[in-house]
Design a protein around this ligand. Structure first.
Ligand SMILES: *[C@@H]1O[C@H](CO)[C@@H](O)[C@H](O)[C@H]1NC(C)=O
Ligand SMILES: *[C@@H]1O[C@H](CO)[C@@H](O)[C@H](O)[C@H]1NC(C)=O
Ligand SMILES: *[C@@H]1O[C@H](CO)[C@@H](O)[C@H](O)[C@H]1NC(C)=O
Ligand SMILES: *[C@@H]1O[C@H](CO)[C@@H](O)[C@H](O)[C@H]1NC(C)=O
Ligand SMILES: *[C@@H]1O[C@H](CO)[C@@H](O)[C@H](O)[C@H]1NC(C)=O
Ligand SMILES: *[C@@H]1O[C@H](CO)[C@@H](O)[C@H](O)[C@H]1NC(C)=O
Ligand SMILES: *[C@@H]1O[C@H](CO)[C@@H](O)[C@H](O)[C@H]1NC(C)=O
Ligand SMILES: *[C@@H]1O[C@H](CO)[C@@H](O)[C@H](O)[C@H]1NC(C)=O
Ligand SMILES: *[C@@H]1O[C@H](CO)[C@@H](O)[C@H](O)[C@H]1NC(C)=O
Ligand SMILES: *[C@@H]1O[C@H](CO)[C@@H](O)[C@H](O)[C@H]1NC(C)=O
Length: 487
């Protein structure tokens, strides 16, 4: 029986058109790190290995000469920097992960990365041909620009309405019910964690911080060094995790208050913009941007999943993604690419969403899931764009409309003019947004994706964004709150 059905399938195979991946957008979480309960938080050797393995997997998927989905025109061994755009917030865990990921994507090239000098001698880059690909630190990019975006950032420190919405989670009946019903549970585990979480903080209010502390300990501490380790049964660990999932999801997304997921909205706009840039360039144009990679916190995954209705495909999307998880949006086509001097027509292009929970590998490759409550995993470009644009925020106007009159938006509202004109001082107009402002949007939007949740959490915890060194002090005092970039 099985053989005969195989025979029916086999002859059909050669008829399947060869599909080409034209470019990708990858959003990536950092690898294993130390607990947020003690600063400084740092990437561990295990975490670095995870990021490297993920980078290698993506290399074998899209870049290698024999890659299964080789991106046409993409450099194989020696990177062409214009093809790549890599960003990460100024956060040592995310920055470190991005750097190690890139070492996997483009490993040291040995003698291929060497050069012969005028005197005939040969020089190889350090560490066996190490290839250095810049990871754009978003706040550095922003602060190197004019004061306008500084005003925006300092005055806004995120998005006012999103902060308020997230705050209101702590008033929701769902939160209050969970707080009450789990009080006994969290108090019963005090012997395990009372050195870090005294009785007053051992509650659902700190579900994530407690889970994080225990989760990190389960990975790094010999059980003999965990006090009352016997209390941490599988069932208890599972409850700690799912309660943390519930808590973080509540802060990140509410279907009735879309603004709560502002970081997901910003990410969506960036994904569409980046893929659109790839799409607009001729396939054979080797200087074109083909791969965009952004590192960011799990909160942004959640916000995006909520907006894109990923839980309709699997309730697992309600959970905090594992370390080194990645989602990738592939721009795919079945069109013939004979004319490499031309861009592929958008109506012949589709987008596929794939997600790997934890380090991508051959054993755990990113799986395709349908988004937007649809059934197909591959959507036409126009459908994808229109679905994303239902919640994407990619302009000053849209941002100010969603976030309300805080920071620069307040000034603009007072002046009674639209953002694009008010915020621009000079420069020609391109598509309604003047050039310098367009640059600012890029920086601000990227930063906001990263800082959005941070600002949020800080506000929730009653903290203010201060200088880096200061911040750690403040955070330490309130180590019960999730701090940092919510990474
Ligand atoms: C691609 O080539 C590398 C070495 O050149 C090899 O290790 C790997 O298995 C090959 N992958 C595939 C999918 O053939
Ligand atoms: C929470 O509810 C109380 C009483 O209903 C109200 O005064 C307070 O403003 C609410 N807080 C938030 C953040 O919504
Ligand atoms: C979601 O938003 C609605 C409408 O504002 C609110 O009634 C509800 O309590 C919120 N739920 C959560 C879990 O924040
Ligand atoms: C933590 O709990 C243990 C066991 O219940 C107890 O002996 C210890 O005094 C507690 N420590 C603190 C700081 O509360
Ligand atoms: C795990 O080990 C660290 C450092 O040794 C310690 O600070 C922490 O309290 C331990 N975790 C638990 C749950 O005991
Ligand atoms: C607890 O979970 C671990 C890992 O999933 C498993 O190896 C172990 O057998 C489980 N223990 C019990 C008592 O179920
Ligand atoms: C893609 O870019 C082109 C310009 O190259 C623009 O006209 C078009 O509106 C963009 N599409 C989307 C969906 O952003
Ligand atoms: C990822 O794995 C975690 C368990 O480590 C789980 O809670 C979460 O639901 C998973 N997410 C997805 C989308 O599979
Ligand atoms: C390419 O063709 C194959 C086989 O017909 C199909 O499964 C796949 O979805 C197509 N891809 C696109 C982007 O249309
Ligand atoms: C708003 O108006 C004030 C005073 O007219 C001016 O100083 C400020 O620069 C304006 N702000 C913006 C964003 O245009």
């Amino acid at each position: 029986m099985q053989l005969s059905s195989l025979l029916v399938v086999l002859p059909a195979l050669p008829l399947v058109a060869a599909e080409t991946v034209l470019g990708t957008y990858i959003f990536h979480r950092h690898g294993d790190r130390t607990t947020k309960s003690y600063s400084p938080v740092s990437l561990t050797p295990l975490g670095a290995d995870q990021a490297l393995a993920s980078g290698l997997w993506y290399r074998h998927q899209y870049l290698s000469a024999n890659a299964s989905s080789r991106i046409p025109g993409m450099a194989t061994d020696l990177p062409v920097l214009s093809q790549l755009s890599v960003t990460s917030p100024v956060d040592n865990v995310l920055q470190g992960s991005a750097q190690v990921f890139l070492m996997g994507l483009y490993p040291p090239a040995g003698s291929a990365a060497s050069q012969t000098l005028a005197d005939g001698s040969s020089v190889t880059t350090p560490l066996g041909g190490y290839q250095f690909i810049p990871v754009n630190a978003v706040s550095t990019a922003a602060s190197s620009r004019g004061s306008e975006d500084n005003l925006w950032l300092q005055g806004g420190s995120g998005c006012g309405n999103a902060v308020a919405s997230s705050n209101s989670y702590f008033n929701s009946s769902e939160y209050l019910a969970a707080l009450k019903s789990t009080q006994t549970f969290y108090q019963s585990l005090l012997p395990v964690y009372n050195t870090t979480f005294p009785s007053a903080t051992a509650s659902f209010k700190n579900a994530y911080a407690i889970y994080d502390y225990i989760h990190v300990s389960e990975i790094h501490n010999a059980s003999s060094t965990i006090s009352s380790a016997g209390l941490l049964t599988n069932e208890t660990l599972h409850q700690l995790q799912t309660r943390a999932d519930q808590h973080e999801w509540g802060l990140a997304f509410n279907s009735s208050e879309q603004v709560r997921a502002i970081s997901g909205s910003l990410l969506a706009a960036q994904i569409v913009q980046a893929l659109n840039n790839t799409l607009a360039a001729p396939v054979g144009k080797t200087s074109a941007q083909k791969m965009t990679i952004q590192f960011g916190p799990y909160g942004t995954f959640m916000a995006f999943f909520g907006l894109a209705k990923a839980p309709a495909a699997s309730p697992e999307f309600y959970g905090i993604v594992d370390y080194a998880s990645s989602m990738v949006f592939e721009l795919v086509t079945n069109a013939s690419l004979d004319d490499s001097a031309a861009a592929v027509s958008p109506d012949k292009v589709s987008v596929r969403f794939r997600f790997a929970n934890g380090t991508a590998s051959d054993a755990n490759p990113p799986r395709a899931f349908p988004l937007f409550g649809q059934t197909e995993t591959t959507l036409s470009w126009s459908t994808f764009v229109s679905e994303m644009n239902k919640f994407a925020i990619g302009s000053n106007e849209a941002w100010c409309k969603a976030c309300g009159p805080t920071g620069a938006c307040a000034e603009i509202a007072q002046n009674g003019s639209s953002v694009s004109t008010a915020a621009s001082t000079d420069g020609s107009s391109t598509g309604g947004i003047s050039t310098p402002v367009a640059g600012v949007i890029g920086a601000v939007v990227t930063l906001a994706v990263i800082l959005g949740l941070e600002g949020l959490i800080m506000a929730v915890a009653g903290l203010r964004l201060t200088k880096k060194g200061k911040k750690n002090d403040v955070v330490r005092k309130t180590s019960n709150s999730d701090n940092g970039s919510n990474a």
